[in-house]
Design a protein. Structure first.
Length: 80
């Protein structure tokens, strides 16, 4: 239900989806900054090491999956 209590009208699937979106954006920003810093320190291009070549796929699919899952979970879970 986001950061709202079960009795609060502002909670629900929409609030959970927005919270998931906010969490994902913060996490992917940290990942991108770390990849950029590692590339600068290693004198190489971003995407040339480890799992960095999957970043575009991670951005698109992760954003959709995380927001969808939180909204679905919030709509199915009973509000007590």
């Amino acid at each position: 239900d986001g950061h709202y209590g079960s009795a609060d009208e502002r909670g629900g699937p929409k609030a959970a989806c927005l919270l998931a979106l906010n969490t994902f954006v913060g996490t992917i920003n940290l990942r991108l900054v770390f990849a950029l810093a590692a590339a600068v320190l290693g004198h190489r291009h971003v995407g040339g090491f480890g799992g960095e070549e999957f970043m575009p796929l991670e951005l698109g699919c992760g954003l959709i999956l995380m927001s969808s899952w939180r909204a679905l979970h919030s709509s199915v879970t009973p509000r007590i």
